[in-house]
Design a protein around this ligand. Structure first.
Ligand code: PMP
Length: 422
């Protein structure tokens, strides 16, 4: 037998389940190693700026928790999650107009696990999932790993287009396809940075209701708006047609890995069983830390601190884009969240351009990662959540230089075909 560990791994390739073939590294994952180098300004990953948390207070709280009730905090918990935390989660959701009972909440290992569990419960290979074009890369990876067939529904500057949703549902029904659910990030979308206005929310809910289509509302950024009150959640107006996914990753700390699903009772039961088979329970220590943090710390003020910080970074990015991007580029102006979605001038390909951007010491995520069919090469995602404003400006300046150079290349040699492999 070879001593090369890669060859030894390869020995089992033929024995992998069919679903393992659909598990491939995302664009973001492959980028992380390079983008983490200090000389590179990374506008790629969507890491919350945890440094802005009162870390000493959180540390004290964690220590106290272990000292005072370590026998519970360090023990297994229930599959559904800590009852006190589920009560607090209902109070958090009330900020978005949701009236829910703690019994309908399942605590999960981040909202990513809730997505995984929902997909596991609903998807047989080949079943159709509707998802916005573009869609959150981690959701697409989950759908792929259960061999779902993702059908994208177009968006515009106001999020998913209701007419396109209706058309897509009708087309799939006519083709005899089974749609299991619509996956949507209606507020401060990742990556498109758009938000569905109230009127469209009502229309989307109405279409789903008429088509008997379950909607997964994934809302990790809902409380990270830069102006005004939080948007009313879709779930606030449809208790039985929507499964709502929430997360403390962006409002407290992503490393705690605490999220949740709010689901009608039947689905809730399945979620608990699926969660138990996956992880037995979410970390008791992490859950109690969140529970105590919500009970004892000024968490709403802290969210304001995060929002002000991210708004300043958003402004830094928008003004740098305005100042330096060549004509022909377009980008969204987010009212919250972490991202700007940028469209390159005609004929440019963000995937082909990436190695040159890395050489120029700036990283972004090519748009192709956010489409199940690998389209989207004319787009890229920039995140403003992690670097300080001066770094953001420098990163955008570098990126603008790369785009200028690409335009020159295009004008000299012609465009890359959209499906050019990088
Ligand atoms: N949904 C969306 C839209 C996200 O952007 C993310 C994280 N980037 C997640 C879900 C997963 O978040 P977590 O598991 O940390 O709660």
């Amino acid at each position: 037998m070879s001593n090369d560990p890669r060859q030894r791994l390869d020995r089992y390739v033929d024995q992998y389940a069919a679903r393992a073939r659909t598990m491939v590294a995302s664009e973001i994952r492959a980028l992380f190693a390079v983008a983490a180098r200090p000389e590179i300004v990374s506008l790629a990953g969507g890491m919350p700026y945890i440094t802005a948390l009162p870390l000493d207070a959180v540390g004290e709280l964690a220590g106290q928790l272990v000292t005072d009730c370590g026998a519970v905090a360090l023990q297994y918990g229930s599959g559904q999650g800590d009852p006190g935390l589920r009560e607090s989660i209902c109070e958090v959701m009330a900020l978005e107009g949701i009236r829910a009972h703690p019994d309908e909440v399942v605590v999960t290992v981040g909202s990513q696990q809730a997505l995984d569990l929902m997909t596991r419960i609903f998807i047989d290979p080949g079943d159709v999932v509707l998802a916005e074009a573009p869609s959150y890369v981690g959701a697409l990876a989950t759908f792929a790993s259960y061999q779902a067939s993702v059908v994208h529904v177009p968006m515009d500057d106001d999020g998913i287009i209701p007419e396109a949703l209706e058309e897509t549902i009708a087309r799939l029904a006519a083709a005899g396809k089974r749609i299991k659910f619509l996956y949507s990030v209606p507020t401060f979308h990742n990556p498109a940075a758009v938000t569905l206005p109230a009127q469209r929310r009502a229309r989307v809910l109405d279409i789903c209701r008429r088509s008997d289509l379950l909607l997964i509302e994934d809302n990790p950024y809902g409380l990270l708006g830069f102006d005004g009150e939080p948007q009313r959640a879709l779930r606030a107006d449809s208790a039985d047609g929507v499964v709502y996914l929430g997360s403390f990753s962006k409002t407290i700390a992503s490393g705690l890995r605490v999220g949740w699903a709010l689901a009608p009772h039947g689905i809730r039961d399945k979620l608990v069983l699926a969660a138990e088979s996956a992880v037995l329970c979410t970390s008791s220590l992490a859950q109690l830390m969140v529970r105590e943090y919500l009970a004892t710390q000024p968490w709403q003020d802290q969210i304001k601190v995060f929002c002000e910080l991210y708004a300043e970074r958003r402004d830094a990015m928008l003004s740098a884009l305005e100042a330096s991007m060549p004509t022909g580029c377009r980008w969204t102006r987010p009212g919250g969240g972490f991202y700007v979605w940028l469209k390159l001038p005609d004929g440019l390909n963000s995937k082909v351009m990436l190695p040159r951007a890395i050489s120029a010491r700036v990283a972004y995520v090519p748009g192709t990662g956010f489409y199940a069919d690998g389209s989207g090469s004319e787009y890229l995602r920039l995140s403003f959540c992690y670097p300080e404003p001066a770094r953001i400006k420098e990163g955008v300046r570098r990126l603008a230089g790369v785009v200028e150079a690409e335009i020159e290349l295009r004008d000299t040699f012609g465009s890359w075909p959209a499906d050019t492999p990088a």
